[in-house]
Ligand binder design. Sequence first.
Ligand code: PXP
Length: 254
Amino acid sequence: MTRPLLLGVNIDHAATLRQARYRDAGRTCGGVIEPDPVAVALLSEEAGADGITVHLREDRRHMQEEDIRRLRACIRTRLNLEMACTDFMVDFALGLKPDYVCLVPESREEVTTEGGLDVAGGFPRVVEVVRALTDAGIQVSLFVDPELRQINAAADSGAGLVELHTGAYANAWHGAGREDELLRLRRAADLAAGSGLTVNAGHGINYHNIAGILTVPHLHELNIGHSILSRALLTGMGEAVRTMKARMQRQPVA
Ligand code: PXP
């Protein structure tokens, strides 16, 4: 029997929407400060999400530290924290104890040609961060391009997981490069699994290109954000407008 492919829902863009209106509103919980990412996480779990993924970015453009602390306290599945290899983020993760950390690039020097973490180029620092987190019982994943050099470095780093960057495949989906990108993903997944790594994938996966992703072997979990949030907006729009219209009904004047 094939094991079910797990879904980590990346809810960063719920916070992007909140920040568009409430950036300066101080505390981010409760009241009319909406949408609340924690509520979005709980609905995702109720619908079958296997985990919740968030990225605390240096510029705090979407998730705030308080959001992530509240998620840690409230969600019932697994929390996957995406973060850069900075001292601040390592301390934050050690304090928070997410189930998983996925190390992602943030500064220009950490990025490979396609956009994954340059594990091979920044190897000593990656190993240091992987060790600090795994020693604390946190499972570590490395977000890498489907390049053999990066997979080999990931396998040597002590991390137990990789997340294959599917952005190049997603970008090529409409064009002639789709099959080549899928081939790169399949080879990378084979190498990673053969090296003992658990293989996840993410970035740019949507309701159309998911079919190709299913042809990549060894996949354990997909992390998907933008397309799910976008669809939720569309499928929820009718209810939202109808409810507002209902509340706008004026009482007849006596
Ligand atoms: N995986 C990683 C490492 C990410 O940084 C992101 C967000 O960019 C995702 C998955 C989800 O990507 P998307 O929002 O395109 O589904």
